[in-house]
Design a protein around this ligand. Structure first.
Ligand code: XMP
Ligand code: MG
Length: 183
């Protein structure tokens, strides 16, 4: 598929790569301040958070070990089922660690609320959430997210790690997917 064909699947660019990098730099400075002298572990949620983690972690001027968790709640649909399944668990023992969950997007909040509950039982010293994107109008449960990049409308978005049926993750910007692609 040519680049022009991919562009036709996008209704509009919502957040550009430049805006994302600038925002992650800003959040990294805050996180470095908040966690100075602490034993921080970044936990990325696969696969969507891969790009966020890559740019955020490199902007962090401190030690930031990374671990990954893979959960699924979506399949190839555009709506959260709320049913979360662990596909890959962490390698790290979270006991006594300060955990920062790195997420691509908070939509209904169902996945994160499940994850937060799961992590609380593992004895972490503290747990906070960083999400590049949040859809406030789609919230089904309220998530206390300390570090938010951008609040966006409820449209389904792709790019910068976010996919539709495993496509579009490799786009540099975050874009609204054109409805003709999934309807
Ligand atoms: P929830 O609804 O549980 O979302 O907060 C959980 C996961 O679903 C994915 N998600 C999206 N993926 N475009 C995507 O490509 C979207 O607009 C979108 N909304 C949710 C994402 O992986 C999130 O972590
Ligand atoms: Mg995700």
């Amino acid at each position: 598929m040519r680049a022009a064909d991919i562009q036709q699947d996008l209704a509009k660019i919502l957040v550009t790569e430049e805006q994302i990098i600038a925002k992650l730099d800003e959040l990294a400075a805050r996180v470095a301040d908040d966690y100075a002298g602490k034993d921080l572990v970044l936990v990325g949620v696969l696969k969507g958070a891969v790009m966020v983690m890559a740019d955020f972690a490199r902007a962090l001027p401190m030690h930031a070990p990374m671990d990954w968790m893979a959960v699924s709640s979506y399949g190839a649909s555009t709506k959260s089922s709320g049913v979360v399944q662990i596909r890959k668990d962490l390698d790290t023992d979270l006991h006594g660690k300060h955990v920062l969950i790195v997420e691509d997007i908070i939509d209904s909040g169902l996945t994160l609320s499940w994850l937060l509950e799961n992590f609380e039982s593992r004895g972490a010293e503290s747990i906070e959430v960083l999400a590049l994107l949040r859809k406030p109008e789609a919230a089904k449960v309220v998530i206390d997210c300390k570090y938010v990049g951008f609040d966006i409308p409820t449209d389904f978005v792709v790019g910068y790690g976010l996919d539709y049926a495993e496509r579009y993750r490799n786009l540099r910007d975050v874009a609204v997917l054109a409805p003709h692609v999934y309807s």
